[in-house]
Design a binder for this molecule. Structure first.
Ligand code: ZN
Length: 107
């Protein structure tokens, strides 16, 4: 699936997946394979969870991690969806071989 990528200069983060779009902060990131592949993994996670439940689980996982680690950055990096995306963002073949609900392996 080739996701449409939108450049949003006011974005607070470098990239973001907002199904069915990938948002990036500036044009230079359009060529950044790592950022695009990271966000494509999130789009796949969102699609298999029918989008809204993804955001709910993402938030619950973040809040649980924040309680556990007392640190925003560690809480964010340990969200299961982020762990899968960071673990595989450098592997362009990942989505082609990925099994459904692979993020569950990152709990
Ligand atoms: Zn991410």
């Amino acid at each position: 699936m080739k996701a449409p990528v939108l450049v949003i200069p006011m974005l607070k983060v470098s990239g973001m997946a907002l199904f069915p779009f990938i948002l990036v902060r500036d044009k230079g990131m359009l060529a950044d394979r790592t950022i695009i592949d990271h966000e494509r993994i999130h789009l796949r996670q969102q699609a298999e969870l029918l989008v809204l439940p993804f955001y709910i689980l993402y938030l619950i996982n973040y809040l649980f991690n924040l309680w556990r680690y007392r640190n925003h950055h560690r809480a964010y990096l340990n969200i299961v969806f982020e762990r899968e995306a960071y673990d595989n963002e450098h592997n362009p073949a990942y989505l082609g071989n990925r099994k459904w609900y692979s993020w569950r392996r990152y709990f």
